[in-house]
Write a protein that binds this ligand. Sequence first.
Ligand code: F6P
Ligand code: MN
Length: 314
Amino acid sequence: MDSSLLPSQSRVSLNHHLYAHAKVPDGLRHLILDIARATKYIHSAIRTTEAGLAGTINQFGEEQLQLDVLSNEMFERHLEESRLVATFVSEEQENVVELNLKAPYSVVFDPLDGSSLVDANFAIGSIVGIYSGNQVIGRKPREQVTALYVLYGPRTILVYGAGNGVHEFILNDVGEFILLRENLGVGDDAKNYSPGNLRAVTDTPFYRKAMNHWLDAKLTLRYSGCMVADIHHILSKGQGIFTNIGGSKYPEGKLRLAFECGPFAYLVTQAGGAASDGAISIMDRPIETVDQRTPLIIGSKNEVEKVAGILKNA
Ligand code: F6P
Ligand code: MN
């Protein structure tokens, strides 16, 4: 029998944790639970879609939506049904989408980050940030009231922060997120490094310098190509550095401020780490456009400072 079904004092559901520990207002708690429900459908779709055929016709002759399109639809449907969302910004949509301007929250999300890795059966994830009010443009990641991500790996986990630590939950057999670890922390020094967009070393001398520094300092490489998995590695192991730096192809790096860098900056900062664009904290970068990109240096404080220092002196 699934042990989570047995009465146990130690079984803490996401719902319970949201009101008893984080003490988030009821509306926000319901919104987070609705988003968590959307990710359960995505979890199921990832496991049942014939990966190579996504976007075409399956073995039963049915048309299959591409997983990232389907994941976007799952988010959209659950946000709408919550009746709590004024506007949202998605990686899959060009413009801010208005639902009900009188509703209390606005949501930014990347429904399926790393979706191109699904054929290789690598871990992929969803990223979410929640703001109060009906505006996202002009806001700073520091203003988020909650950020969370879901990592669909060998197990599906959800990590959230709402101003009171960063906490990890596992999706059990009956479809409930159950507390796994509370108060994840990021120490000041990194032993692991995760260098994204590494092809930029050819035209960004500073990035080559940072890379050489990691090689000389004998840090251990941990890079999967999905930022949700790679940054979760930092939160899980309690240390590390993740970067995505610009080159000639993406001068500002590849990652988007609103729904990729912003939520992770909020979570990693809350866990004791730091997130920088090389000059200032990502937490203080105003979101000017939906698809705005930014360089990202995130993880253990001392290492973030060191890499930002190499960038400044380049
Ligand atoms: O959506 C962007 C993404 O898939 C991230 O998850 C990942 O960190 C990045 O792209 C990988 O970029 P690159 O292949 O350039 O290192
Ligand atoms: Mn993405």
